[in-house]
Design a protein around this ligand. Structure first.
Ligand SMILES: [Zn+2]
Length: 239
């Protein structure tokens, strides 16, 4: 299991690590990493792995089939470090910070649209969530944009709290997203709280977030699309 440094510090741009393995597809496995592996609608990080003999560009980061080992996927033809090498994992921070801002923005959207979430995707420029909305008149593009920007401007703190798997099972109401199972199995689950004690949003999440909502910057709901009889896709962009 790769130690996930981004869980404790999402702002860690560089991290020292040791190469544990190069897998059969050429992926680089480190003992610990600041690179987020693609999961829950948030893309895997890109950047590079620096070592004494050079630097290997990383195109994306994924989980191995065991779902606990993180694999840094090198650019084709790039020379990877060797097993046992001391390396520095360097994030493409500009892109990751956009993911952090958009990811946190989608928590705010989730807090405003009180309907079940059926899917979602985070991008560097746009994010979206799908909801089953019984009454389509309950969501309005301009009102949502204004409400999102009010939450951003309110500069709410973004924090976390850890609970046990059993606590989560006893409180199924905490899980808003039906399509993405909370990261359970390790015995404990991280709850992400926006606002004092999670008054704005409180839900299990394994992604990376900014520290305060003001860091997200201005937002706009660009589109509300009809995806099914009651399913609506709400797209959010940086304004
Ligand atoms: Zn999250």
């Amino acid at each position: 299991m790769t130690e996930q440094l981004y869980r404790d510090d999402a702002y860690l741009r560089e991290a020292a690590a040791t190469v544990l393995a190069i897998n059969e597809r050429g992926g680089i496995v480190l003992d610990k990493t600041n690179f987020y592996a693609s999961a829950g609608g948030q893309p895997g990080d890109r950047g590079m792995v620096r070592f004494a003999g050079g630097a290997c560009p990383i195109l994306t980061t994924v989980y191995d089939t065991d779902k606990v080992t993180i694999v840094h996927v090198p650019a084709e033809g790039a020379t990877p470090p060797a097993v046992g090498d001391a390396v520095t994992a360097v994030l493409d921070w500009e892109q990751r910070h956009k993911y952090m801002r958009m990811h946190t923005a989608l928590h705010l959207l989730c807090s405003l649209v009180k309907f079940p979430v059926t899917g979602g995707q985070i991008g560097a420029d746009e994010g979206r969530l799908d909801f089953d909305i019984e009454d389509a008149s309950a969501v309005d593009k301009d009102k949502l944009s204004a409400d999102l920007n009010a939450l951003v401007a309110a500069d709410h703190p973004v924090g976390e709290r850890w609970i046990t798997d059993a606590d989560l099972e006893a409180n199924p109401g905490l899980v808003r997203t039906m399509s993405v199972k909370p990261p359970m199995g390790s015995g404990r689950v991280r709850l992400v709280m926006i606002g004092e004690n999670g008054c704005v949003d409180l839900q299990p999440c394994g992604g990376t977030h900014v520290k305060r909502t003001s860091e997200i910057g201005p937002l706009a709901v660009s589109k509300i699309e009809k995806k099914g009889k009651i399913n609506r896709r709400i797209r959010v962009v940086f304004a």
